[in-house]
Design a protein around this ligand. Structure first.
Ligand code: IMP
Length: 181
């Protein structure tokens, strides 16, 4: 990694592994309650950042679940949103009249969340769609949008770990840390 100040030694703990896992125990049943117990749920994992959150969340669901994946990039290698979304792969099966949960790692400016909620309404016509995010950086919002469920509200810090990366690194950490500026 070229940027030495973004070394793991400078990553300060923000949310511990236990706090994350406890939060998922609390969130999962509340999310599931929004759907009839005998109906399937389709989770849409927004790659790459949501991969670990989504995997841990679906393990707690009692419904029959189908996992789908889309890939969007907005940060590139920077620690500020580029405001320039890159839809890398939006391939999905027919979700017409299905129960859908869009699973995001973090809502920052809100641009990705707005793009996704519009996309699902206009293109996929699900029966019901929920937007779930592990983290909510409300103070960085450029667009008025809120998730249906979120785990933790955080300040305007760049965070990494538990799926979130800096320059492709730190996704494998079981906790979330922040870089002191
Ligand atoms: P938004 O479109 O600005 O809301 O940003 C959404 C995406 O930006 C997220 O799905 C993340 O991939 C990325 N992102 C936003 N904030 C952070 C951060 O603090 N660390 C790592 N990635 C972030």
């Amino acid at each position: 990694m070229s940027d030495s100040d973004k070394d793991i030694k400078n990553l300060k703990l923000l949310i511990s592994e236990k706090e994350i896992q406890d939060k998922l125990d609390e969130m999962a049943p509340k999310i599931e309650e929004c759907f009839p117990p005998d109906e399937d749920i389709y989770t849409i994992c927004v790659l790459k950042g949501s991969v670990i959150f989504c995997s841990d969340l679906v393990k707690r669901f009692k419904h029959n679940v189908q996992m789908e994946f889309i890939r969007i990039s907005s940060y590139g290698n920077e620690t500020k949103s580029s405001n320039n979304l890159q839809a890398i792969d939006l391939t999905l099966p027919n979700l017409n009249n299905k129960n859908v949960i869009i699973v995001e790692d973090i809502i920052d400016t809100g641009l990705t969340a707005r793009f996704l909620t519009d996309l699902f309404k206009i293109k996929h016509h699900p029966k019901k769609v929920l937007f779930v995010s592990l983290l909510n950086k409300k103070c960085a919002r450029q667009i008025e949008i809120e998730p249906d469920f979120y785990g933790f509200e955080i300040g305007n810090k760049f965070v990494a770990g538990y799926g979130l990366d800096y320059k492709g690194y730190f996704r494998n950490l079981p906790y979330i840390g922040y870089f002191e500026s």
